[in-house]
Design a protein around this ligand. Structure first.
Ligand code: FDA
Length: 305
């Protein structure tokens, strides 16, 4: 209930102004966001890769309705990738892109061109791009842009949301040789006509999706902090005869860092999703919606100021 209210609020411009206006919000946001600029993002990359983790960087922003803002996002990604190149981390440091931040809501062709520019800069830096998945109205467009991108940049990855009824079908198409697919539960408020609503149903759907990926020929990127799903991943990978380097785990910056390190120590590839930038509102609200304890933490810090 609280989660769905927060997800609704995450799209309200009024609430955005109110929440962003509290100076203390920044302190809480810092738990989930690496910083406001590329320099802060690179510092987080250095810290996490020194700890044997891999990373994917997200320049925060979404639902852009302004051509210049979309072009600025592309510039930010290109300069970040240029800065990553001399670090020589290769695919240990890749980027995640929300197509709505590079113009998907304005014009699909523009979003494709912009995504191509980012993919090209990523290739020059010896790394890859993964497309985030946004609300269900964008899935067809995102998968169609993915298909086009993969003609020139076959390693481009995509996120698929287990809560959507359609995802098992999408995954059967995607689980091909070389196909990098990030499986997530799904973070948006979706209607009952398109998505499972109960946590138990979402978890069961996640396992069905995971099975398709593990039995397929692609490269599964298992993005969850859920211990039960991590144990099931180990089991399904064993059953499918997969080596440890034929799939990876992914988790969000600032969430379950102990588990991230433990999995990496045990020999798994663990990639941390690092958001950075000043447009943190939507991302932050989705993180609050996932866990009531985060809301309590936020409210406590407001009271203590
Ligand atoms: P679940 O929410 O059940 O959490 C399991 C446990 O993890 C909790 O009990 C708690 O311990 C911990 N936890 C989870 N969320 C937490 C939080 N916010 N704060 C503190 N602890 C928390 N979604 C989407 O729709 N499109 C996308 O492209 C992506 N991309 C993406 C990339 C990566 C790398 C990750 C890890 C996740 C995403 N997501 C996403 C978000 C995803 O859909 C989902 O909302 C979150 O991962 C939370 O789901 P869990 O699988 O962790 O399970």
């Amino acid at each position: 209930m609280l989660g769905s209210v927060l997800l609704a609020v995450s799209r309200s411009p009024l609430a955005r102004r109110a929440v962003s206006g509290f100076p203390v919000t920044r302190l809480v946001v810092d738990r989930f966001v690496a910083g406001e600029d590329g320099g802060a993002a690179l510092a987080a990359v250095q810290r996490l890769t020194d700890a044997r983790l891999s990373v994917t960087l997200d320049h925060l922003g979404e639902e852009t309705r302004d051509v210049r803002a979309a072009a600025d996002t592309v510039k930010a990604y290109v300069s970040l990738l240029d800065a990553l190149r001399p670090l020589g981390l290769g695919s240990r440091a890749e980027v995640s892109v929300k197509l709505s931040a590079v113009g998907q809501m304005l014009d699909q062709a523009m979003a494709l061109d912009h995504a191509r520019e980012i993919c090209s800069a990523a290739r020059d830096a010896g790394t890859t791009v993964t497309l985030d998945m946004e609300d269900h109205t964008t899935v067809d467009s995102t998968l169609s842009i993915l298909r086009e991108l993969r003609e020139d940049f076959p390693a481009t990855g995509v996120a698929v949301q287990a809560y959507l009824f359609r995802s098992e079908g999408d995954l059967r198409d995607l689980a091909r040789e070389g196909s990098r697919v990030r499986l997530v539960k799904g973070a948006y408020a979706e209607p009952a006509s398109v998505a499972h609503q109960k946590k138990a149903e979402v978890d069961k759907a996640y396992v069905r999706c995971l099975r398709i990926l593990m039995e397929g020929k692609g490269y599964p990127m298992v993005a969850t902090h859920d211990d039960r799903l991590i144990s099931i991943t180990e089991l399904l990978a064993d059953r499918a005869g997969r080596d440890r380097d034929s799939f990876e785990y992914q988790m969000l910056y600032g969430i379950r860092t102990d588990k991230q390190e433990a999995l990496a120590r045990a020999g798994s590839t663990v990639r941390v999703y690092i958001p950075y930038g000043d447009d943190w509102y939507g991302y932050f609200m989705r993180r609050l919606a996932e866990r009531p304890a985060n809301v309590a933490f936020f409210l406590r810090s407001l009271r203590s100021k």
